[in-house]
Ligand binder design. Sequence first.
Ligand code: FAD
Length: 374
Amino acid sequence: MLSFWEKDSFYADADIAIIGAGLMGLWAALEIKKHSPGTTVTILERSSTPLGASTRNAGFACFGSLTELLSDEKNMGTNAMLEIVEMRYKGIEKIKSTFSSEQIDLDKCGGYEALGPINWAGEINDRINYINQLLTSITGKANCFSNASNQMSSIGLKNFDHLIFNPLEAGIHSGKLVSALTQLAIEKGIRILNGIEIIGWEKLNDKISIRSNQKKSIQANRLLICTNGFTNELIPSLAIEPARGQIILTAPIKGLSTKGTFHFDEGFYYWRNLGDRILLGGARNSDFSNERTTNLDGSELIRQKLVEFLNTHLDTTASINIEQSWSGIMGFTENKLPLFQQIESNVSVSIACNGMGVALTPVFAEKVALELLN
Ligand SMILES: Cc1cc2nc3c(=O)[nH]c(=O)nc-3n(C[C@H](O)[C@H](O)[C@H](O)COP(=O)(O)OP(=O)(O)OC[C@H]3O[C@@H](n4cnc5c(N)ncnc54)[C@H](O)[C@@H]3O)c2cc1C
């Protein structure tokens, strides 16, 4: 049983309760406060620190590689592709205007896409020019992408055929970003309760009574669920597919010349330097079925694939030792786009989803907040 004091402070009724204190929940809470400072917001997070994707990702502030944008254009049409690029681009700009570079270790290193053999090698510059033209109105830059294949060896890579550079992408420190957002949320009067796992809710008169696993409940007028890859546990009917992403981090590599953020194979492999270390993630496509899980224990098979990838593509004579590895859980909607949906009256979900939540959440949260406050 809660005491009167607890019930009247930490667990007081909120106008809006949010489940999940990852990037989506935090940005959504901040946007609600921005548009309606008097609205009370409580975030309910089951872990002591957010535990899903936001603090376990690779920290790429990216808005889409050349081949991804070409493929998106083919699948969803030019306007839809540009709409999502714009959201991501503006998201990165918003992060930069909200926090100083020092607060989030922003590294304006640029992003690369590495390519193996392609049957359109002769058209690569034409395709770069084509996408550049489309993106100019978003980025204000005439040449967002450029062919950097001749830098392959100076950048310390091997066994790729092409390299495409985008100077507008960056790396950030994922832990510092979430920590800075959490701090900002607290400053804005958003209440964050950690260690409270939500197991359900029911309507009680005009309110929603949100139940936790500790017999502590809170009441709110509206509920927003930002549980990403774990959403199936609460709302199986939405069929959000969990996808585990694994990462390895090397010990410092002597003379490392690889600097920047990198993608390969439709983003199934991604790596960046962290000082003179390499952080590499991906390889989920080597074992899709077993990686469709919310279990945070990594798999040895994927880890081996990642090590193999490093040995094949990092052009160094120095020894490569793996110092750390971890995994995080993504959540995918069917069309791989972010989802905002009302699932019953006054209860909505917002799934940042896919591999680009860093860039997407800041702007998607604006839409979510406006819908909720409507
Ligand atoms: C390995 C990996 C690498 C990635 N790399 C990048 C990258 O470089 N760039 C990029 O833009 N994106 C990347 N992403 C994707 C990005 O991290 C996500 O899109 C984003 O973090 C999603 O944020 P979220 O708040 O929706 O989800 P999450 O961060 O997963 O937050 C969900 C929160 O809900 C909480 N929760 C779940 N169930 C309950 C419950 N019942 N009660 C209370 N709390 C609950 C969880 O504890 C968690 O803290 C990567 C993801 C992974 C896994």
